[in-house]
Design a protein around this ligand. Structure first.
Ligand code: SF4
Length: 508
């Protein structure tokens, strides 16, 4: 950690006043808890770009030791797990599939909903027994929950057997944190409340060799009133285009077939660059020239979705025309309370523009029902917007307050039975529309990226179309990892059944 970051961290244990060298010399525990108040601040300082490296003294730290990471939540977390696995491997640790023979267990947590948090606390309860029997086991909590003051306080109080807590901004510090945890008898808490720098050259152990995630930016400045992410992931900061392009080229050379560009609000990509005007559309325009069959991006924010991006997406090719565009509500009043910074009309105009140049684009969305003050009429507006856009499908949620967010201070005044009834009605519409859309595929030939055996039947292969429809079909296992043409025979509620018509044709 550099001096600036140390000063910026919220609260520092007296031990931190020592230099880094003194610090490990005296075996003091790191105690650097998060502060929501500091996490709200958005600094004007330039983002610093740094390269990852393993300090010489930590090499071989993992010899003869195994690690296990359990991941909760979104693709960002899944990808962070790939990075942490890469760091573990670089330190000499080996992966293991079960907690029983692990020497280090990490829970990479999600803070988006209370339910997700409860699962983690339940898991900590189970791991307590394991830890009692094996005191040398290191147990860590990382990810978004670690960035919340209330969570860290609860772990300190209720689960003192946890060895380390670290946040989303200092994953690259894992070697140092592990070292501290081995040396210290106290819990190591190192959570930076303010965003870190952009660290390049992080090692990664990717899950699979067909599809890959590539981070293009970190953090979010939108501060939607219900969302904890801007506090847990820090301010928006973009990776340099040359670093992203190099990573994608490298993945293409390794034979990956699909890349998903990742960020909490990818449409804000490049807004933080001070030396050039460069956005997501410009980046996609470069990446589409790379020889990789499929390119996606997630997650989009309608407010920042600009004409340049639409113009580039319209070029097609390896840029897929499936766009996940969270709307959250069809009512402008509710959107205002959510601080989404767009209206129903703005959203519909954006959809119109997208469909004008990509008439076959498939749109999916996220919707929250039962936000504070949401009336029946406002909920009806969500249903009518859903019909008007003609979404392919949606992730739907009942609103629940997240501690520390502005919406948590609003009166959660929609009764639970009303929320449930609205969710049921919305889900019926989502399911009916989705089934109807899938039905239209019957008899058509689609291109499927074959990912492997179906979860339910090892004799059947499964893969996704360009528009993210899951297709099951019989074919030799040799086509796994390839793009093949499949004729759709039957549409089910959520999936399509088909028959391969062209074997392993690389269509792009
Ligand atoms: S755009 Fe809104 S909902 Fe999405 S991560 Fe940012 S604050 Fe949360």
């Amino acid at each position: 950690m550099n001096e600036k970051q140390r000063q910026e961290s919220s609260q520092v244990n007296p031990a931190d006043k020592k230099s880094e060298k003194d610090y490990s010399q005296y075996f003091q525990a790191v105690y650097m808890p998060p502060s929501l108040k500091d996490a709200k601040k958005r600094g004007k300082e330039e983002v610093k770009y740094d390269d990852f490296g393993i300090p010489e003294e930590f090499r071989g730290m993992g010899q003869g030791r195994k690690f296990y990471i359990r991941t909760y939540g979104c693709q960002m977390n899944e990808h962070d797990t790939e990075v942490m696995a890469g760091i573990f491997m670089a330190l000499g640790y080996e992966p293991t599939d079960g907690v029983e023979d692990a020497d280090v267990i990490l829970l990479n947590t999600c803070a988006i909903r209370e339910n997700a948090e409860n699962k983690v606390f339940g898991e900590l309860g189970h791991l307590k027994t394991l830890k009692k029997g094996r005191p040398d086991l290191l147990l860590g909590v990382c990810g978004c929950m670690s960035q919340e003051e209330s969570v860290v306080n609860r772990i300190l109080k209720v689960h003192p057997f946890v060895d380390m807590i670290f946040g989303t901004h200092n994953i690259h510090r894992l070697p140092n944190i592990l070292n501290e945890a081995y040396l210290s008898k106290e819990m190591v808490v190192e959570v930076w409340s303010k965003e870190g720098d952009v660290i390049e050259n992080l090692p990664k152990v990717r899950k699979g060799d067909i599809k890959a995630w590539v981070n293009i930016m970190y953090g979010c400045d939108k501060f939607c009133t219900y969302c904890i992410v801007p506090y847990t992931r820090g301010k928006e900061r973009s990776r340099r285009p040359e670093d992203i392009i190099q990573e994608v080229r490298h993945l293409a050379a390794q034979g990956y077939k699909e890349i998903t560009l990742l960020g909490q609000n990818v449409n804000a990509y490049g807004k933080d660059f001070e030396d050039m005007t460069y956005g997501l559309g410009d980046l996609m325009d470069e990446i589409r020239k790379i020889d990789i069959p499929r390119i996606r991006f997630t997650t989009s924010h309608p407010r920042d979705f600009d004409d340049r991006l639409i113009e580039v997406l319209a070029k097609g090719g390896n840029l897929l025309d499936h766009i996940h565009l969270p709307v959250q509500s069809g009512s402008s009043e509710v959107l205002k309370l959510m601080a989404r910074k767009y209206s129903r009309e703005h959203y519909l105009e954006l959809v119109r523009k997208i469909k004008e140049v990509m008439p076959n684009a498939s749109l999916t969305t996220d919707i929250i029902v039962g936000f504070p003050n949401e009336t029946d009429e406002q909920f009806e507006e969500t249903l009518s917007l859903y019909r008007e856009v003609g979404f392919d499908s949606a992730y739907t949620f009942i609103y629940s307050p997240r501690e520390g967010t502005p919406a948590a201070k609003m009166q959660d005044n929609v009764p639970m039975e009303v929320k449930k009834e609205r969710l049921q009605r919305l889900n019926k519409l989502v399911n009916d529309t989705s089934a109807q859309k899938l039905k239209e595929y019957e008899g058509k030939v689609v291109e499927v990226l074959v990912e492997g055996e179906s979860k339910n039947n090892p004799d059947v292969l499964a893969g996704y179309t360009e528009k993210s429809k899951l297709v099951n079909f019989r074919a030799p296992k040799s086509v796994i990892g390839k793009i093949v043409k499949v004729k759709i025979k039957k549409a089910k509620t959520w999936t399509l059944d088909g028959e391969m018509v062209e074997e392993a044709v690389e269509v792009k």
